[in-house]
Design a protein around this ligand. Structure first.
Ligand code: HSE
Length: 436
């Protein structure tokens, strides 16, 4: 059989890792795929930049459309990232009848519905394992391995940069900016690192996970997103004293009222395995009604871990080339005409428990005022710590853990507490999950 010809768009971290794996493991890959897979063409914005991969025998251009329009190319691997012009590239490649393998989470999360519809019309595959959690085969696990289950919830550390920052802050007391700069140097961070620290990257990935878990269209704009920039060492330390770790989680949960889609810093019990996922590593917990809770762990970013997912998708595409398009695994796990219109809940309707930290005057009645406001909103307190005032201070930090409540009630209670004359500054709120 003739070798399959691949064109790689982008020779940065992920593109370079993909080239290295496909070259180094060519023989093993051919044994798995049933035929040889060769990269014949690649594109790079700057043709003279030093690369992490060997481009010998690959024709490199700075015009991706040359490759997209080359009738000799069977599969396009897109590792440029971002939407805009990249969306045009993908749609043109689909129109040209090419199969796509992409690592582009923002493109899939924001334009996936349109891209998959076009791909289905043309009978081509758009594979995107590398878009979520780098080297962890989480798309395959949910879409195929758990396809007998009703998925109840998914919760994951799905941004390596953010997890690296939180870990280094906790373990080494390092500064936020200093750790972020290291993540950028190591090639983990997004081109715009605010995507990492503000939770946008995680929201892209959560959008994709929720769609394949619950069989709903991609709805990035409905994800509630809160970043990690407000997390202080003080909160990290109080959380530890209470037996919790703070992780930046993406959570998708199916409730009787609708689907919660949220990315935010989260206190989780330190005894949970996922609480001990550190550095740039990612982990995703998936709870199915039949299987129970399952945990997937591995490198969430980096050249070869992400390249590993890209190459696995390329092999899947090659194996499916001769199959009838109707009998392939659907892009979003469920048949396109069976996607459900389940509402995504607004943030006020999220139900969770909370960690609250506030500064209050150390005088009689203040605590009673605070707890009365919580009680008025039907919020039950689970645990509380009041610290000694620091030398020369009259205000004391009060830390409370609450039971599960409606976000709307918590918003109102926090507004009431902040309005108390004896309370200074903002109430710092971090959501909590037991993940039991
Ligand atoms: N910036 C991303 C992260 C890269 O840190 O997880 C992988 O998607």
């Amino acid at each position: 059989m003739k070798p399959i010809k691949v064109g790689v768009l982008g020779l940065g971290t992920v593109g370079g890792g993909t080239v290295n794996i496909l070259k180094r493991n060519a023989a093993e890959i051919a044994r798995r795929a049933g035929r040889e897979i060769v990269i014949t063409r690649a594109s790079a914005r700057d043709l003279h930049k030093p690369r992490i991969c060997d481009t010998q025998d690959i024709q490199v251009t700075n015009d991706p459309f040359e490759i997209i329009n080359d009738p000799d190319i069977d599969i396009i691997v897109e590792t440029i990232g971002g939407a805009g012009i990249v969306k045009d590239m993908i749609l043109t490649a689909i129109a040209n009848g090419k199969h796509i393998v992409t690592a582009n989470k923002s493109l899939i999360a924001t334009h996936g519905n349109e891209i998959f519809a076009k791909a289905s019309e043309k009978g081509v595959i758009v594979a995107f394992e590398a878009a979520v959690a780098g080297g962890i085969p989480i798309i395959k696990a949910i879409r195929e391995g758990l396809s007998g289950n009703q998925i109840q919830w998914v919760a994951g550390i799905i941004n390596g940069t953010g997890n690296f920052i939180l870990t280094e802050m906790r373990d080494k007391g390092r500064d936020f900016g200093d750790v972020l700069a290291e993540a950028q140097f190591l090639g983990y961070a997004e081109a715009d690192p605010s995507f990492d620290v503000e939770g946008i990257d995680a929201a892209h990935k959560l959008t994709i996970l929720a769609s394949i878990a619950f069989g709903i269209p991609l709805q990035f704009e409905k994800v509630f997103t809160e970043g990690i920039t407000q997390i202080t060492r003080t909160d990290v330390e109080y959380a530890e004293q209470l037996g919790y770790r703070i992780k930046h989680l993406g959570i998708a949960r199916k409730t009787p009222e609708g689907i919660e889609l949220r990315v935010h810093p989260t206190l989780i019990p330190e005894r949970r395995l996922i609480a001990n996922v550190n550095g740039v590593m990612n982990a995703v917990l998936v709870k199915g009604d039949a299987v129970g809770a399952t945990l997937y762990y591995g490198a969430g970013a980096g050249a070869e871990p992400t390249g590993s997912s890209v190459v696995a998708d390329v092999i899947d595409v090659v194996r499916a080339l001769t199959s009838d398009p109707e009998n392939r695994v659907p892009h979003l796990a469920f048949q396109a005409d069976a996607l459900a219109d389940i509402p995504v809940l607004p943030s006020e309707c999220i139900k969770t428990s909370y960690y609250l930290r506030l500064n209050a005057e150390d005088k009689p009645g203040v605590l009673a005022d605070v707890t009365k406001i919580l009680a008025d909103h039907n919020i039950s307190i689970e645990a509380m710590i009041q610290k000694e005032p620091s030398k020369g201070e009259t205000a004391v930090p009060i830390i409370m853990l609450t039971q599960i409540t409606l976000e709307q009630e918590m918003n109102a209670a926090i507004a009431g507490i902040e309005a108390l004359p004896a309370v200074s500054g903002k109430v710092n709120r971090i959501r909590m999950e037991t993940l039991g």
